[in-house]
Design a protein around this ligand. Structure first.
Ligand code: ZN
Length: 411
């Protein structure tokens, strides 16, 4: 279910470990080594890959490449949220089975990531493949007093003695809120906007997130053991999959900035309550706009990877990397044209028989990436090398290796 990749070239010397800006604003070392683990929240496979997704996955692919260059033993885990309300709603609305819809978009995403030279995760799990493990985790939270049942009568399901939907009791987690640092009103607004149910009767706290949803007519359901038949909630899936691939604690939790709250705040809370685990850095990619607004299905302003099939994917990567990953930016045709022109200049320059010495350039690119993945500075350093003549015959090959290894751009 992952995708093919080419080997990453080894570069002379060793890069620095990247310092990343955490969601708190603090800049932290992204890993202490010798190993480094990252969880990148995956897609809900019901729609095509757009440039917002690409910007996120390319950004954290560059972090992974920098870690490899720093000599760390890297492990990356990701998920496919193939059991989730938006996917089930889309399947229902279009009259296809949810399994078919998910399989189609999962395959398309894999093709897009392979074309864009994003290295595949080491552990890549579908939610539908880990339902028993999630049910076990939810039962453990009930046993620990970190979760509670809410009756389903009146909200679409039959009430059965001892069963119910299960919610996390956030009051049991004193560290809740520490990831995003948001105030209560903002958390409530974002929770309601992004899939939460603050007004569900029977909940102890409005922000308490769903862990297990009992079977409803017309919805897919799995055997949940003591929980009865049902399906997992969104945030606990990621906590369980992350622990499977990376263990209880890991270095970087990554995703788009719209996942900071509630998704990362909640899954981090579950990780703490379930495994006593912690995450070193919460890193978020900015949102990509088009035609003046954040790309969204409802506004119809998506730029899809499929729309750019006639464009060299290396030019798409360079277009994305020209913006700093954590900033919000706008996709424009002019930016793409700049990316294409840059790729052509770099290809022409590295096809020369000689160029200026490349070792100083390698140092500059490594230093730029180590500063919170400053890819715009890395690209500028390369532009300068490309625009300069020199008589070092080994330099063009080293520059090709460095753009491949560190930026995922094959010249
Ligand atoms: Zn996630």
């Amino acid at each position: 279910m992952t995708w093919p990749t080419s080997p990453v070239p080894r570069l002379p010397g060793r890069g620095e470990v990247v310092r990343l800006r955490d969601a708190s604003g603090e800049v932290r070392l992204s890993a202490e080594g010798p190993a480094a683990g990252m969880y990148v929240c995956g897609i809900t496979p019901y729609d095509s890959t757009h440039m917002g997704h690409v910007a996120t996955y390319v950004a954290f692919d560059v972090l992974r490449r920098a870690w490899l260059d720093a000599g760390l033993k890297v492990r990356v885990t990701s998920n496919v949220t193939d059991v989730d309300d938006p996917l089930l709603e889309r399947a229902h609305a279009t009259g296809v089975s949810w399994e078919h819809l998910a399989a189609e978009h999962e395959a398309r995403f894999a093709r897009d990531m392979a074309a864009l030279s994003v290295l595949p995760p080491d552990t890549y799990l579908r939610v539908s493949d880990v339902v028993p493990q999630v049910a076990e985790a939810v039962a453990a939270m009930l046993d620990a007093g970190a979760a509670y049942r809410v009756p389903t009568a009146g909200v679409g399901g039959p009430d059965v003695e001892g069963l119910g939907d299960v919610y996390a009791d956030l009051a049991a987690d004193p560290a809740f809120g520490s990831v995003s640092g948001l105030d209560d009103a903002t958390m409530r607004a974002l929770f309601a906007e992004r899939g939460g149910d603050p007004d569900r009767p029977g909940k102890r706290g409005p922000l308490d997130p769903l862990l297990w949803r009992r079977e409803r007519p017309g919805e897919p359901a799995w055997d949940g053991g003591r929980l009865g038949r049902g399906r997992p909630g969104w945030h606990v899936e990621c906590a369980v999959i992350a622990a499977q691939g990376l263990g209880p604690s890991f270095d970087v939790q990554a995703g788009g900035s719209d996942l900071l709250f509630p998704h990362h705040e909640m899954s981090c809370s579950h990780t703490r309550m379930l495994y006593g685990g912690r995450v070193r850095v919460h890193a978020h990619a900015g949102m990509v706009a088009y035609a003046g607004h954040k790309m969204s299905k409802s506004l119809g302003n998506l730029v899809l990877v499929g729309d750019l099939e006639h464009i060299d994917p290396a030019a798409v990567r360079l277009t994305v990397l020209a913006a700093h990953y954590s900033s919000d930016w706008e996709w424009t045709d002019a930016r793409l044209t700049t990316g294409q022109a840059r790729l052509a200049r770099w290809r022409a320059a590295t096809a020369r028989t000689s160029g200026p010495a490349a070792a100083p350039l390698l140092d500059q690119v490594r230093a730029a990436l180590a500063r919170d993945l400053d890819t715009p500075a890395a690209l500028e350093a390369l532009d300068t090398w490309v625009a300069t003549d020199g008589d070092d015959h080994d330099a063009p090959a080293l520059v090709r290796a460095l753009t491949d290894a560190l930026l995922g751009v094959r010249l």
